[in-house]
Design a protein around this ligand. Structure first.
Ligand SMILES: [Ca+2]
Ligand SMILES: [Ca+2]
Length: 216
């Protein structure tokens, strides 16, 4: 009886430890849906919209290619080289229930050219009365031509003030640029926290762990 109690206690502790360990990244909030581009059947992926300017660009939604993605199977490529065409993908985040504060938009990018180039992230947002609270494009995010994924980010104070507040998070392909993109994240704070995988993935992971524990 005592041994059984000890075992149950041990199991409870290890379960709590496992849940704590796996739920740690969930505490960081990624406010974007489909942030790793895993859902969808074409460009743009689900929950994202695309816009092209000045003649557009060639866009690719790469599916089922885990060797090419930073995480998961899918990522997007926006090739605007040569210019002048350019393209962006964006997602609007309803900020009605978000407090005013610093927010950071990040993504992983891979330079597809053989020279260093700058990647662009931007935010555009309005408050509850329609006033512009941010309109920023940062083009100083230099990415080396080393064939590796690099995380870039921009940080801004966003004066959300209740219902109607929103922010558009945009990943750009500027003229003469060519990048692959994966793992976008928008969250409170001034520096990006650890990448938060798809909520569904975490859910399945937890279910799997609980299933494993119950089977013991
Ligand atoms: Ca992905
Ligand atoms: Ca997919």
């Amino acid at each position: 009886m005592k041994a059984r109690k000890m075992m149950m206690l041990g199991l409870a502790v290890s379960t709590a430890a496992l849940l704590g360990w796996f739920s740690a990244p969930v505490q960081a909030s990624n406010l974007l849906l489909n942030p790793g581009f895993e859902d969808g059947s074409g460009f743009p992926p689900d929950n994202w919209t695309a816009q092209s300017y000045d003649g557009g660009a060639v866009n690719t939604y790469n599916m089922g290619d885990p060797s090419g993605a930073w995480q998961g199977e899918d990522f997007i490529t926006m090739d605007a080289d040569p210019g002048p065409g350019q393209t962006l993908v964006e997602q609007t985040v309803d900020a009605s229930a978000l407090p005013a504060g610093d927010y950071v938009l990040s993504a992983y990018v891979k330079n597809l050219l053989d020279t260093e180039q700058t990647a662009t992230l931007s935010m555009f947002g309005r408050n509850s009365s329609g006033g512009k609270i941010v309109d920023v494009i940062d083009q100083t995010l230099s990415v080396p031509a080393d064939g590796a994924w690099h995380r870039i980010y921009i940080t801004k104070y966003l004066a959300f003030d209740g219902p109607g507040s929103y922010v558009e998070c945009k990943l750009w392909s500027r003229p003469d640029r060519s990048f692959s993109w994966d793992a976008a994240q928008f969250e409170p704070g001034t520096t990006p926290s650890a990448w938060v995988p798809e909520p569904a993935t975490i859910g399945l992971l937890l279910l799997g762990i609980v299933g494993l524990i119950r089977r013991r």
